[in-house]
Design a protein around this ligand. Sequence first.
Ligand code: HEC
Length: 551
Amino acid sequence: MKSLTLLSLSIASGLLSSPALLAAEDIDNGYEDYTINRTIADLTAEEKQIANRIIFGCYLGCHRPAKEEVPETLSPKIEGFDPQYFFDQWVDMDNERHSGIASQMKEIVYANSPRDMANTAIVLSTRTMKYNPMDHVLESEAFQRGKEKYDQSCKMCHGDQGASTQAAYPPLKGQMPTYLFEQMNSYRDGKRINRNAPMMVPFAKMYSEDDYKDIIAYVTGQEVKLIERREFITGIGMPAPEGFKLPDTGQIQQFTDIPNEDSDNPQNPLSYTISKSGKVTLDNNTKLMWERDASRIWMTAVEGQQYCDNLELDGYTDWRFPLMKELQSIADMGNFRPAIDMDAFLNMPRQNSGIWTFPVSDHPDHAWHIGFPDAHIMGQHTASTKLVRCVRADNGAAYHNMSYVDNADGTVTEQVTNRMWQQKIDYTRRNWEDSLQYCNNLELAGYDDWRLPNIKEAVSIVNYNKTSPSIDEEFFPDTPVKYFFWTSTSDVAGPTLHVRPLGLRKKDQSPEQLDLRNTTDNEAWAQGYMIGSGLGMQKDTEFYSRCVRTP
Ligand code: HEC
């Protein structure tokens, strides 16, 4: 179907005589009902650029092809799907797909417009899923057994060895083996109930888990590797460090004339003391003690935990994995690549400097990490590898648990960070600048000094021990989880994070260089309360706001 405007445009430009040149148009009835009619040829250069930016974010997060091929990963490869199938699955991640680690995707569904999602799906459909078989699997009996079962029961829909040629049937050839295993289990157990899932249920029920493994060996050329499930630190019950102060984000750049962006509200500047040995960094605000020089080796989360257990520095032996808010508290959002003070913290590779924190609460196979190129918060599979930086505090303290007081006047006071919060939001989504204005104009409980929180404040009220929502509902009831919340902190690096030449450190920048009010390529940090991840997002996106003030 073509829209009228397009048709008349085409008549005007005399193109109607050759229908092939008539641009196809999508039918956009919102996320749940979007029909992709365009192909890659219909995308403008700008649309392709936006799609590539989104795809880059996917690769930066969890999806392959990333640096390491980790067969254990539960995140699928995303290339080679029919665009409509891909789009629909993406939307269904908000609710109907409970398979594997789908909860990681929930916050990412509504972060982009349907049109941008369609563009992304179209661009990804032009790439092929990589098939990297391992010799020993190709020669195995499992591979042979798998071929027999596959040809009998799966080939009719998913094509030869899973190289599907039909839009409705997803490709399986080369997909991540453990992801496929998890999906088969999810169809069988009724956890994946979206769209055409019912079609798969009988085929999943027909076979045992051992059969799944054989079939997966055949279509991926790799082995299913089940994950070692371990107990990690949870932070539950750990008291706040004595004398704790919430550090600033470190952002000193200006991005807007509207008052109360992050850099307008310095309170506790980042401040560190390095121990005599040079090996330990004390954060003077949080009172947490950090390993100054991060592990030089990339480790899985399990290895990382062991590394901290065995660490001895400056006579201390009680080093441990950092919790999420702790690791984020040392981010310096005024710098990027890496977004950290490079004197206080050594050995921070400028590109891929993820550091582990603790596991995602609703999925033991995923741990949080912070990607220190720009300090984004993401979950990743515990079997992939990251750097580790251990932490400790006196008296077994941790920056993790909050202490709220409901003031019974529409506000909540948090006593660890010393902040007062707007208890109920107004459920209106606004762009970034309008969100700053909204809080500036808010009058609540007799106060008029409300402002949009910075990213560290927005993260402080996440409860990382729960999801949907990952916030204490007793104090913040009816917190929506579908969309992010804006923060006052801009994303200094923006979408050009990895392509831009390394910027000057902020301390070397002149006042003119710190004035970014006329730049357009920066984004701002948005924080979610579904699982507690956060992303840099374009400032014209509309998100919620919850205002804060310092009592
Ligand atoms: C009658 C057609 C049909 C047959 C036969 C079939 N499938 Fe499927 N399969 C589908 C459809 C349709 C989907 C997408 C369902 C959805 O929306 O979740 C699917 C999805 C899948 C997925 C999820 C892929 C992804 O990217 O998330 C896996 C894994 C899978 N099938 C494996 C198999 C295996 C193994 C067999 C044989 C034992 C099989 N299928 C037989 C139609 C079929």
